[in-house]
Ligand binder design. Sequence first.
Ligand code: MN
Length: 291
Amino acid sequence: MSTRNIEKLLHPGTFNWVGNAFYTTSFIGKGNISHRRMDPFFAIGYNADIDFEAEEIPRGVGAHPHKGFETVTLAYKGKIAHKDSRGNHGVIGEGDVQWMTAGSGVLHQEYHEENWAKNGGTFQMVQMWMNLPAKDREVKPQYQDLLFDEMTRVNLENNGGFVNVIAGEYKGNKGKGTTFSPINLFNLYLNNGGKADFEFPNTYNTAFLVINGDVLVNGTENVSKDSFAMLENDNGDTFTLEATSDHTIILVMSGEPLNEPIAHYGPFVMNTQEQLKTAFEEFKAGKFGTL
Ligand code: MN
């Protein structure tokens, strides 16, 4: 059992608007860490703290398609509303997660929640794209609302804080989120001095994003708010995260790579160019439903 250290530390680069609601920077793809290196985590869009004025008409992203993967939206500040062409809808707020399996194809809308928008405030969120195994790409779209209060919670020693298990397993405690390949996804809430240790197979692609506060990794390296740390593979299995400030929040991810061909165009992730073409034709033909 040896220690897994940081291989690459990223700070936010360019931010881009998604609709007029989300102002995100990307840690995977676009010249950063390759899609392959963090497989099955295909993309991570991070909206760092941004202040929105009060607005009567909620900001959002209008109806658009997805196929072949899952969008996992994590709210940290503010509230997000969602609606899709399969009749699913929901609202998530601080600490909640919305897990949409686009699978065979879906249209959805993502907005600031109406009442939250009327007051405005600080907004912070993450949207991850989880790739699906080839055999599950055409699954029926589904939707999981994973709320903060209902998540599997593991309290840490010495009143250090707790781990909310979104999906996967932390020290034998399973999260409620269902996944199509082995994925561990946790929100870690630490008090100053609070400490958590993690152990994943050393072939699993593993990283964390500091949502708030500062953290000491393996007792040696400091990582601060808004930074994304990808850990090395093969050398070690375990790592520790220790908060050096109060109200530290860290998103921890670790997943078994799918190691399958990737074909990507806009909102579609498939295995081949031919499948991408088909996806686009299905969308044009209205097969993803209406919204
Ligand atoms: Mn979307």
